[in-house]
Each structure stands twice: as C-alpha cells, then as structure tokens.
Design a protein around this ligand. Structure first.
Ligand SMILES: C[S@@+](CC[C@H](N)C(=O)[O-])C[C@H]1O[C@@H](n2cnc3c(N)ncnc32)[C@H](O)[C@@H]1O
Length: 312
C-alpha cells in the first residue's frame, strides 16, 4: 500500500507533515478547518529539542501557538494540551496552571483536566518522583463531539446484574464498558516500550487513540503542532481520520514518515489500546509483543470488551 505524505496543507490530504516551525505551518491552515488539536509542546526544561528560555518568553510563545490553534478549530472541535512540570533548581511549576489563563481568555470551555499516570520515570531524591502529567481538554463551544461509547473500558466486575427488583437478572452496567474517567493509567514510552524510537518524549499511541476516537468522527482532521515522531498522526490514520502536523527537527519527521508507512503496511509495532497494564504480581499477565495493521472495518466494530477477551 502506498500513501502520499504531503508537506503543505490541504483539507483534502489524508496526511500532511510539515518540517519546520508550527507558527509558519499554522499560517497556511484556513480558519475552522480542524476538529481536534492534540499536542504536547516542549516543556522548556532543556530537552535535546529545545532551548530553555524564561517562563515569560515561553508563555508568550505558547500564547501565539494556542491562539492560532483556536483560529483553525471548528466550532464542534476540541483542543487537548498535554503538559508536565517546568523544573528549575528543584522547584516545580505545573505548566497547565500557568497556561490555563491563555485558553480561558479565548473563551474555551474546560471539560476535563485529565491526569495521565504512568509507572516509570526518573527517581527524585529531594521530592516525590513525578508519575503523572496533565491534559487540559477544552471545547470551542457547548456543541462538541464526544463519542463516549468508542472509548469505554471494561468494568471491574463486568456482567454485574440486578439481584432483585423488576430488573432482576438484567445487566446493571453498560455492556459496552464504563466511562474511562479523568485518570488514565497508560504506560509511558520508556526504553523497553514496544513503540520506543529515537525521540526522548514520544506519546504512546493508545493515549492519542482515546482522544481521536472520542473527539472526532471519520474523515475529520486531527492536528498536532508539535508532531515529534508522528504519534498523533498514526492514531488518527488508524481510525480513518485525516492528520496534519508540524515538527521542527528533520530527524523526527523522517521517523514519523517511516512509522506512518509501517502502520499503513501493518508492520508497526504498537501496544494495543485497552491492554491491561503489566502487573508483575500476576503470573499469567505476559502478552507477547505483536504488530497491528490499520484496523479493518470488522476490527473497528469490536467493542472494547470483545477486544479485552481477545487480548487475554
Ligand atoms: C514533547 S515533543 C512531542 C512528541 C510527540 N508527541 C510524539 O509523540 O512524538 C515536542 C516536539 O516539538 C518539537 N518542536 C519544538 N519547537 C517547535 C516548533 N516551533 N515548531 C514545531 N515543532 C517544534 C520538538 O522538536 C519536539 O519533537
């Protein structure tokens, strides 16, 4: 299979990857043309892809990017901004608290402050080790897309039934699973993660799938201004959405293109959405790595509960 990866934006493109500055790329995108902006910007903490600047300069730059993302967002669309902490001399500044006023000044509506928790990371000696990041989910209006059924997760006790009353014997829970809540336990991409590339801070694909599935419909455009190695695009394309994004570093864009093509060809290694987090105490929990192609129509129709049975 062959997919064209365009480097300039058109709403017809299935995927556009621009190598360069996101503000330059944003200028080329028409007003109200994308349904979901989901991203993780640099946190200004001196990673290999960023120059540390004062928080004031960082804030002003983020403000410009967020204002442009707002401009290109459709009225039924969402912006999800994933950040951690800025750290200086051992003191932390939670960036979401710092950035919130920018979104608020645009009249965006905060729907959730999602806690993404994960088990691995650096160990701190003078404070507790950081094991979560936050995602601020805003909508442009009150009339927004939210496909909850597509991201339900299995209940702790599936198949629970009413044991008395007129509904005795009937299921007392939603057979499609429960609302995943605003605390998400999804492994982060560390060195032994099946999706690990050369990027120091890539998203797990399943994290992006949850946003794509719940906040967009087929053929909608998902945009990531800080695309890194293309995780957002992969999640969008896997579920028949269109993808667009920018990335400053050529080496990451190249990896992003390779990953997109591998996903299209069914050779990209990835952790399937909904797989339980590894529990070393549970003997039979090991599931060998596997490759997943873009899902077929048939696979897409599987409910999360059915998938759960297959993966176990
Ligand atoms: C936190 S990483 C995002 C990683 C991405 N979520 C992934 O899964 O690969 C932020 C990315 O933004 C890129 N970046 C920094 N400044 C940029 C700019 N002005 N325009 C576009 N990309 C930029 C960095 O090179 C880095 O890859």
């Amino acid at each position: 299979m062959c997919m064209t990866i365009y480097d300039s934006f058109s709403i017809q493109n299935r995927v556009t990857l621009y190598q360069g500055d996101c503000l330059e790329f944003l200028k080329t995108i028409p007003d109200e043309s994308v349904t979901l902006v989901v991203t993780s910007p640099p946190y200004n903490i001196g990673k290999e892809y960023e120059k540390k600047v004062s928080l004031e300069i960082y804030y002003k730059w983020q403000e410009k990017v967020i204002q442009e993302c707002y401009r290109i967002l459709k009225n039924n669309g969402s912006i999800c901004w994933e950040v951690g902490n800025y750290v200086s001399n051992g003191e932390i500044t939670p960036l979401d608290i710092y950035l919130y006023p920018i979104f608020n000044s645009l009249n965006l509506h905060l729907r959730n402050r999602i806690i993404w928790e994960f088990g691995h990371g650096l160990h701190c000696s003078k404070r507790f080790s950081g094991r979560y990041e936050t995602i601020l989910w805003f909508t442009k209006t009150d009339d927004y897309i939210f496909n909850l059924d597509s991201v339900r997760v299995p209940q702790k006790y599936p198949n629970k039934r009413y044991f008395k009353g007129p509904k005795k014997g009937e299921l007392s829970c939603n057979p499609l699973g429960k609302n995943p809540s605003d605390v998400w336990d999804i492994p982060n991409v560390k060195s032994n993660h099946i999706e690990k590339t050369i990027h120091p801070c890539q998203f797990p694909i399943e994290l992006m799938e949850r946003f794509v599935l719940s906040m967009t419909n087929k053929d909608d455009i998902v945009f990531d201004p800080f695309m890194g190695v293309g995780t957002t695009a992969i999640a969008a394309l896997m579920h028949d959405r269109k993808a667009a994004g920018s990335e400053l570093e050529k080496k990451y864009v190249e990896v992003a293109k390779e990953r997109i093509i591998a996903a299209e060809n069914g050779t990209l290694q990835m952790r399937p959405m909904g797989r339980p987090v590894f529990d070393p105490k549970a003997k039979d929990d090991y599931i060998p790595p596997e490759t997943i192609a873009f899902p077929s129509e048939e696979q897409l129709q599987l409910t999360l509960l059915q998938k759960e049975v297959i993966y176990k």
